[in-house]
Write a protein that binds this ligand. Structure first.
Ligand code: UT7
Length: 329
């Protein structure tokens, strides 16, 4: 028994924050942002919406794409580091907004690797015979943890959501393998200091802007390239596959130079690498999901293709999976 993606959807808020807008907010330039990151614009969630709202819209599109009734879903996994609240889980909020009840729902915090972690969790429950159809949502409002006075981070991030319906399949297709990794040793390279049990919110934490993301960009850059390239190599090797068998690689969209570095180290030509970073920036867990949806909808993925998704994020975490695409169209 296997598990495959039978429906995929994404949702991007309408409001665009361009490099020209950021030039008015911090000491930066379109030229610096484009050459150092590849990003031209990103989407920003409206004030009256939260991650669950973006996730619900993506989920509705995935349910329609799968041509199932939402009542057939027997678990919801939500990958997010920008949960609506500390608790309850954003997955429970999404369940309620979809009008569902009495199915297990939980969040996972694996940052940018969250969608791939979520797909593997769904696959495992399905292969174990515990579930038949699982909704995996990756929903992020990164703008809510972004310091728009810090030019080193604010140019990178955007908001969005993606969702997939994973279902039981009998054939040897779908998600054929996943490689998940993490190292807490490097947790201090990318984190939000305050707002958790270690440093609860106080006037001082707010004044010191400690509820915003802190990042050591250049150290992360080096680790990201190596961790993603190694993840691709390892998952190919243990499946006795070579890089030339991959039809399309969908990497996390953090920086075009990271993506190019991964392509080079894995011997995968850039024509086989899906890139949409220029439109959305880094949407954490949502990035690879949105990219997969766009790749499918733009005709870049066909039934039978071998797809590799790979990501890297706070934790640090990294993850890759191999998918034999089994859906028509
Ligand atoms: O989702 C996973 C988590 N995040 C990542 O994977 C991010 C990984 N890191 C990166 O993408 C890159 O390190 C950045 C894009 C964050 C930075 O690029 P970089 O080429 O590593 O630049 P840098 O940090 O070495 O900074 C070079 C210069 C510095 O100025 P000085 O010290 O050389 O005078 C920075 O102050 O660029 C300056 N700088 C900027 N200048 C204009 C940093 N940010 C900006 C900016 N606009 N927005």
């Amino acid at each position: 028994m296997g598990a495959s993606i039978i429906g995929i959807g994404s949702y991007l808020p309408e409001k665009v924050l361009s490099n020209a807008d950021l030039e008015k907010m911090v000491d930066t330039s379109d030229e610096w942002i484009v050459t150092r990151t590849g990003i031209r614009e990103r989407r920003i969630c409206p004030e009256d919406m939260a991650s669950s709202d973006l996730g619900v819209e993506a989920a509705k599109r995935a349910i329609t794409d799968a041509a199932i009734s939402s009542n057939e879903i027997d678990m919801i996994v939500c990958a997010t580091i920008t949960a609506d609240m500390v608790f309850p889980s954003t997955a429970c909020i999404i369940q309620n907004k979809l009008g569902l009840n009495d199915i297990p729902c939980f969040d996972i915090s694996a940052a940018c690797s969250g969608f791939i972690y979520g797909l593997e969790i769904a696959r495992s429950f399905i292969v174990a015979g515990k579930c038949e159809k699982i909704l995996v949502v990756a929903a992020e409002c990164m703008s809510r943890v972004t310091d728009y006075t810090d030019r080193a981070t604010c140019v990178l991030l955007g908001d969005g959501a993606a969702a997939a319906i994973i279902a039981k399949t009998d054939d040897n297709v779908g998600i054929i393998d996943s490689y998940l990794g993490a190292s807490g040793l490097y947790g201090n390279l990318l984190y939000v200091p305050a707002g958790g049990s270690k440093m609860p919110a106080t006037h001082e934490t707010v004044e010191k802007r400690l509820h915003y993301m802190k990042m050591e960009g250049s150290s992360l850059f080096r680790i990201a390239v190596n961790a993603m390239a190694e993840s691709v190599k390892k998952i190919l090797e243990r499946n006795n596959l070579t890089a030339d068998r991959i039809s399309l690689i969908i990497p996390h969209q953090a920086n075009i130079r990271i993506i190019q570095g991964v392509a080079k180290l894995t011997d995968i030509p850039m024509e086989k690498v899906f890139v949409n970073i220029e439109k959305y920036g880094n949407m954490s867990a949502a990035s690879v999901g949105v990219a997969l949806d766009e790749a499918v909808k733009s005709g870049k993925i066909h039934k039978g293709d071998l797809i590799c998704m790979v990501s890297f994020g706070a934790g640090l975490t990294w993850a890759a999976n191999l998918i034999i695409w089994s859906k028509d169209g």
